[in-house]
Design a protein around this ligand. Structure first.
Ligand code: CAO
Length: 413
């Protein structure tokens, strides 16, 4: 079966997480992704957070599946020459180095266009143009500067970063969309283009609802926030704890077991009030004017969820899930990573995949969350460092074994 991005060749200069997320997606969609790594060391994450000695870390393997790896010192003269030829042979180049790194190697956007006018040159940077444009940025810095940390956590606690990698993987996703759009536009223009995503912008895009709430503050309290009606609102969007970000109230309530993740998130739609009250044995509140309407409940959402929690604490989160789903009440158990890793339906859909790696053996990874009927993803292991150097330099660029040996002797490969 063909793949959506068959025939697209990606020169992958990415490292750590944001860029590799993007290029792994492109590889899952069928692109030939050639990861260029520094001879000897490669992507720094091969060695970071290792769980096994001398084996590529899970950090690396879970972000670099389905790619090919070549080693190339793009600062050495012979390396630069080979790199120029790779630019000519590829459709897309992706990088997420600190600002200016590619320019310092001699590969400015102008030079890249000279080498290949059809090239789509995509980058992740920490910030867009402005005061911080030269700064290096990691995940949590982006979460803090993009509005996520100030709006996450409880009102009486410090700002919190979230476990979801919205700065790195989130920006990688945005970049992938930019790249495929540029490929589509190239069909008609014949030209490549520059695609840049700043991590601050990517995080802010995912925090859109919080900028919405910031503006609503000018016109009164945020009535769905736990601070309403008794807390204090300032002129800055506060942290909302576990309150729902949407128009229907929600909260995480405790379930039987008392463990760290024995909770279920329950949403009270207007039409869900009656079945919920029936389920918990409080039928008298269904038509009670003090409780019956969303407006009546708004000032006492904490009491609403306390009532529901009295009932959920007598059942496991999975029993509650079953009971409330039967009543069409939106809810979801708080699943631990252990539970997700063992979840059979996620295995069946290929969202959690077991992969066989040449030196690590079996490991679990998250497969492609995008399911397409005509471009099915087969998740393959990440490559060993430089595993495809000969194949790419010989097969793609036509270098002879002697030329490759010479480049290797010079330390360029
Ligand atoms: N051959 C020769 N040199 C190479 C090379 C290769 N194949 N691959 C990388 N290098 C060089 C780069 O050119 C750069 O050299 P200079 O500093 O001399 O220009 C150097 O390796 C390291 O690049 P870096 O500055 O990007 O790396 P760092 O570890 O210091 O910083 C990071 C890491 C992530 C903070 C930075 O790359 C960054 O801000 N990137 C943009 C934002 C981003 O993507 N962040 C996500 C990180 S994941 O949490």
């Amino acid at each position: 079966m063909s793949k959506a991005l068959d025939g697209v060749r990606v020169l992958d200069m990415t490292h750590v997480q944001s860029g590799p997320t993007c290029t792994q997606l492109l590889a899952w969609l069928g692109a030939d992704v050639i990861k260029v790594e520094r001879p000897g060391t490669g992507d720094i994450t091969r060695q970071q957070l290792r769980d096994l000695p001398d084996v590529d870390s899970l950090y690396f393997t879970m972000l670099n599946g389905n790619k090919r790896s070549i080693t190339l010192d793009t600062k050495a003269e012979a390396g630069r020459e080979i790199f120029s030829r790779l630019i000519q042979a590829c459709d897309v180049m992706v990088e997420n180095f600190a600002p200016g790194a590619l320019d310092r190697m001699g590969f400015t956007w102008e030079r890249i266009q000279e080498l290949n006018p059809r090239m789509i040159y995509a980058s992740v940077k920490g910030f867009g143009p402005g005061a911080y444009e030269d700064c290096k940025v990691y995940e949590n810095v982006a979460q803090c500067t993009g509005g996520a940390a100030s709006t996450t956590g409880f009102d009486d606690g410090p700002p919190l970063v979230t476990g979801a990698q919205i700065g790195d993987s989130g920006t990688g996703l945005h970049l992938a969309l930019g790249i495929v759009s540029a490929l589509y536009q190239r069909v008609t223009t014949g030209r490549g283009q520059r695609v840049v995503c700043a991590m601050q912008d990517g995080v802010l895009n995912l925090c859109r609802v919080k900028l919405r709430d910031q503006q609503r503050l000018a016109h009164g309290s945020l009535t769905e926030y736990p601070q309403y009606p008794n807390g204090v609102f300032t002129d800055e969007c506060p942290r909302a704890g576990n309150a729902s970000g949407g128009g229907q109230p929600g909260w995480a309530v405790k379930c039987k077991g008392g463990g760290a993740n024995d909770y279920i998130y329950v949403i009270i739609q207007p039409q869900g009030w009656a079945p919920l009250m029936q389920a918990i044995g409080r039928e008298e509140l269904i038509d009670d004017p003090e409780w019956a309407t969303p407006a009546a409940r708004l000032p006492k959402l904490d009491q609403c969820f306390a009532l529901i929690e009295q009932w959920t604490q007598t059942r496991s989160k999975f029993e509650v899930m079953e009971a409330l789903n039967a009543l069409n009440v939106p809810c979801g158990p708080i699943l631990s990573m252990k539970e997700i890793a063992e979840d059979e339906s996620l295995r069946r859909t290929g969202t959690v995949v077991e992969v066989e790696h040449p030196t690590r053996g079996k490991y679990l990874t998250v497969g492609n969350p995008i399911k397409m009927s005509d471009s099915v993803t087969e998740v393959l292991p990440s490559p060993l460092l430089g595993a495809h150097t000969e194949a790419v330099l010989g097969g793609l660029l036509g270098l002879s074994p002697e030329e490759i040996a010479q480049a290797r002797a010079e330390g360029a490969v």
